[in-house]
Ligand binder design. Structure first.
Ligand SMILES: [Zn+2]
Length: 512
């Protein structure tokens, strides 16, 4: 097909927590590393391994006309520390080397990556792509709403399209949107003009939910104004940022893209930024101390009339760079002899392998964190019984991971304190427990639990909503790399002053 536009697809997707251990090449390969045609095959499969932005983009391109895909490299790693620089450089070289003449480039990046040598590798990638394809080729990027947008990123790309939901459930739609933007740009109907505003607000991750709260209000306002402006605006992205990247580009940002004109985009971007600033006091939220959480759990085990509760182990969220192996809340529940508890999921390959070998029904003295991965990986010992083991991947069914293939094998369920005590899920791949399948693939019934604890900060909310509406969700103040209590960290490169860490921060709107 001679006239089919050639569209490149690529992405290096990582959310970097500057305090977590580096993300190695092996970490990327373990979760998802696809080259060439394998990207298309995966994106078109029933349960893709790539993030849904890519699946949304590819399937939409497939149904909106002819195209010649130029799939380069797409790789994705669980949130962790900075990516290995040599791996990043090699991957970017590979992406650029095979581009050839293209009509557009689609990039699916998280947008809060660090590498061991760079604090703006997302900007490095986009700038290299722009230099390779020249100023007239469409460069369209999807970003997580936790992206830390830099000026370089905003300048290199034609359109930045951020998720609008947290928990993230609109990735497929954003990929779909990117495909329509690419079609519109190639056809000449769209000449996107973007306005970018950075705010000195670095919100704790617990304040960035989109169901309700200050962030929800901002996103809703932006989408409402976009509709009211009747076609002048192509995209409104309000990015909460990812404070734990501890980089000069960290923090909240507003990117508004006009269809053909810059001025309406600038006006709306400034308007949204001014509202965010006026509402900044709301980007603060108290957490429940561990002792209080344990007391609440004990109360539930003796009072059947009290509704069950789900606790977020918010300091140790593998979805934000947590190791998934801190013991603070579990050890407190065990010491208090809590009952009716389900707790998932502890990343401990050695313990999972041991349980698999001993088999279902075996009782043994379990040692958690026998090989500590980080400074938060405390050793913990308990008498356990193996209730279930699994050696198979499973497919997520609700929220962030819905339809995605998840491989935690081998995994197991260990019972502490006898039947009806505390049942702990142990996994061999570091994942946040954002989907009920983390329990269900081991035959555990969430409805039977009086207390559920999850190593996840917020994405579990959608996955567990059938059992736990918002009023039964509690964020526990636990230690770890993702503690929302920002004053606990030694910040090095976060721009200061920044709200809410520095309460007396000032900001002046752009003078456009
Ligand atoms: Zn995110």
């Amino acid at each position: 097909m001679a006239n089919a536009p050639r569209i490149a697809i690529c992405g290096i997707d990582l959310e970097s927590n500057a305090f977590s251990p580096p993300a190695t090449e092996a970490d990327f390969h373990k979760l998802c590393y696809l080259e060439g045609e394998a990207i298309l095959a995966d994106a078109r499969s029933a349960a893709p391994r790539c993030i849904a932005d890519v699946a949304g983009f590819v399937t939409t391109m497939d149904v909106t006309g002819p195209w010649t895909p130029v799939p380069r490299v797409y790789t994705h790693c669980h949130p962790w520390g900075p990516a290995d620089q040599a791996f990043f450089d090699r991957t970017v070289d590979k992406i650029i080397a095979g581009l050839g003449d293209v009509d557009a480039v689609f990039v699916a990046n998280h947008g809060a990556m660090l590498t061991t040598d760079s604090q703006d590798p997302d900007g490095d990638l986009l700038q290299r792509l722009r230099e390779a394809v020249g100023p007239d080729v469409a460069l369209v990027v999807t970003l997580d709403l936790h992206a830390n947008v830099s000026t370089r990123m905003a300048e290199a790309a034609d359109v930045l399209i951020a998720y609008q939901t947290n928990p993230h459930v609109d990735m497929f739609e954003r990929g779909e949107e990117a495909a329509h933007v690419v079609r519109g740009m190639i056809g000449g109907a769209l000449k996107p003009q973007s306005a970018f505003v950075k705010l000195p607000i670095a919100p704790p991750t617990t304040t960035l939910l989109t169901r309700e709260g200050p962030y929800a209000d901002l996103i809703d306002y932006g989408q409402r104004r976009k509709r009211e402006l009747g076609g002048a605006i192509l995209n409104v992205s309000v990015l909460g940022g990812f404070v734990f990247s501890d980089a000069p580009r960290a923090g909240m940002a507003v990117v508004v893209t006009g269809r053909t004109a810059l001025e309406p985009a600038q006006r709306l971007a400034r308007d949204i930024a001014e509202r965010a600033w006026a509402d900044r006091e709301r980007f603060q939220k108290p957490l429940m101390p561990v002792a209080e959480a344990v007391a609440g759990s004990l109360q539930r085990s003796v009072e059947p009339g009290l509704p069950a509760v789900i606790y977020a182990d918010s300091g140790d969220n593998p979805g934000g760079g947590g190791g998934g192996d801190t013991m603070e809340l579990l050890s407190a529940l065990v010491a208090a002899k809590a009952r009716g508890v389900l707790y998932g999921s502890f990343h401990d390959p050695a313990l999972a392998a041991e349980a698999l070998e001993r088999g279902v029904g075996a009782e043994f003295h379990a040692v958690f964190n026998r090989d500590p991965a980080t400074r938060f990986s405390q050793r913990f010992e308990a008498e356990v019984r193996v209730c279930a083991v699994s050696t198979d991947p499973f497919v997520g069914r609700l929220g962030l991971y819905a339809g995605m293939q998840i491989n935690t094998a081998p995994s197991c369920a260990l019972e502490i304190g006898g039947p009806g005590g505390i049942t702990v899920v142990v996994i061999s791949n570091r994942y946040q427990t954002a989907d009920p399948m983390f329990f269900e693939h081991l035959g555990l019934d969430i409805a039977m639990a009086r207390t559920v604890c999850v190593k996840s900060r917020g994405h579990f909310r959608t996955g567990f909503e059938p059992w736990f509406p918002p009023e039964q969700v509690v964020e526990a103040d636990t230690e770890g790399f993702t503690s929302p209590v920002l004053s606990r960290f030694d910040w090095m490169d976060l721009p200061r002053p920044v709200f809410p860490l520095d309460q007396d921060t000032d900001w002046v709107p752009p003078n456009w």
